[in-house]
Design a protein around this ligand. Sequence first.
Ligand code: SF4
Length: 312
Amino acid sequence: MQYKHLFGPVPSRRLGVSLGIDLTPQKACTLNCVYCECGKTDLLTLERKEYVPTAEVIDELRHYLSTDPDLDAVTFSGSGEPTLHSGIGEIIAFLKREFPQYRVVMLTNSTLLHLPEVRAALMPADLVVPSLDAVSEEVFRRINRPQKSLTSARLIEGLVTFCDKYEGEVWLEVFIISGINDTEEELTLFGQVFERLRADRIQLNSLDRPGAVDWIEPMPRENLMTLAHRFGPKVEVIGKPVLRHACSAYSDDISNRILATIRVRPSTLEDLAGALGLHVLDAGKYLDVLLGDGILEQHFGERGVFYRVKGD
Ligand code: SF4
């Protein structure tokens, strides 16, 4: 079966070996974050609808999971915001009913959690990883560049309400950008929100690969640790990137094909995914590992971020 909506399994530094589910076209999102590794948002929208047929996604999942694969998680992530898909509740319910042995994880940018129907749809998931990168409206607009009717206040109220009702685990992710959301004022505001949120973990993250703009620099891990320390034991720094040998899902064949393609011509993430028939997030995970191993380097070009083999 040719899978159109599943990708991976990919090595994930937080979730282990994770099968990805992508429910939106490249790239539909409620935000257009400056750090987005999938590039700029083409369809900036709040419209919830069946972007891809729910029945087709369920068929693919049934086919894939019936082979009893060795997975740590089945994760809704993809190249846009998964809660934009109106069938998400039906797909989660299917997974919990027919394949309860798999941990269902939802990555979300939190923007639609103010909607009761979205909160209800996510309730059966085992783990929800919402993100929150700003508290003040100004910083929210600067980092997340939201659809115009979204506000930071509404996002935070939706997130707090969801966390209060949800019985699964919540790992809040905060993406830190030097000089933008690590100012004294913004950190104080974050502290106030962290107090209100029922989150099992709060994880600080920074850039692994370049995002949609070229002015963001990765924040050194030590600086992230210092920030985390300020907030107390509930806040931690996200784990180091996955190393290839730590992940049974890492395919040397795919890695070699990526290297062979890049040796011929430096390529963007989209170039590689298209040339090798990989999902952009699959290709991205391999790039993470190759960058982490020091085999690749990256630079900004006219069409975005290009990867080339170091020393070539
Ligand atoms: S990082 Fe996530 S929320 Fe932000 S634009 Fe990309 S897909 Fe959307």
